[in-house]
Design a protein around this ligand. Structure first.
Ligand SMILES: Cc1cc2nc3c(=O)[nH]c(=O)nc-3n(C[C@H](O)[C@H](O)[C@H](O)COP(=O)(O)O)c2cc1C
Length: 189
């Protein structure tokens, strides 16, 4: 497919519809390389990528369920806890992307954060280009301090994406997008 067609037609596939196979090691490297080819004002590199291995996905499931129980106490039912245990393993490949900004810095905080968002977007497009599908999620788990710390991050670091990658079980319907004239205007002074 032409690159422009690929970009114009990419869609996320919801994680429950992502199955195996996931990208091979080499393919994942290509996806990450594409991710890293991102505008980064001041060459700060204000982002990090963690590849959660299969073993890591299982361990992370234990961490999610423990944090869930801590947050919800007696309201956490067995099926809910089971769902949390399985949450990181819903797709064959999971990447955790963090925004590791430097503050104060002459490059504004917003620009450093946006670079992380662009990295996530490049990862989605690269996965799509290799024939995989992906979903960029945060969910409650990205905002939980115990989970951040268990993943080795300082609480001040933002988890900006948990990107799940796999093979789509079914192709999604196209999602309605804003028409160009509702969001684009011309300005000539
Ligand atoms: C930063 C960020 C976080 C997101 N977190 C979630 C989430 O937690 N749960 C969810 O259902 N969708 C979340 N989404 C939305 C999905 O990734 C995606 O936009 C949606 O499934 C439609 O995808 P598409 O427009 O790429 O086809 C998030 C999107 C972004 C940009």
């Amino acid at each position: 497919m032409e690159a422009i067609e690929l970009l114009r037609t990419r869609r996320s596939v919801v994680v429950r519809n992502l199955s195996g196979p996931g990208p091979s090691k080499d393919e994942l490297n290509s996806i990450i390389e594409a991710g890293l080819r991102v505008p980064d004002h001041g060459k700060i590199g204000p982002w990090r990528i963690q590849i959660i291995t299969e073993k890591g996905q299982k361990k992370l499931g234990d961490i999610f369920s423990k944090a869930f129980k801590k947050e919800h106490g007696d309201r956490a039912t067995d099926p809910m806890i089971e769902f949390e245990k399985n949450r990181p393993s819903r797709a064959p490949c999971l990447l955790v992307i963090t925004s590791n900004i430097i503050v104060p810095h002459k490059i504004p905080e917003m620009e450093q954060k946006l670079s992380g968002g662009a990295l996530c977007m490049n990862i989605l497009n690269a996965a799509h280009a290799l024939g995989y599908s992906a979903q960029w999620l945060t969910e409650w788990v990205s905002y939980n301090v115990d989970i951040k710390v268990a993943l080795g991050h300082d609480p001040s670091v933002d988890i900006i994406g948990m990107i799940y990658i796999g093979t789509p079980l079914e192709q999604p319907q196209q999602r309605e997008r804003p028409s160009i004239d509702t969001v684009v205007s011309e300005w000539s002074g």
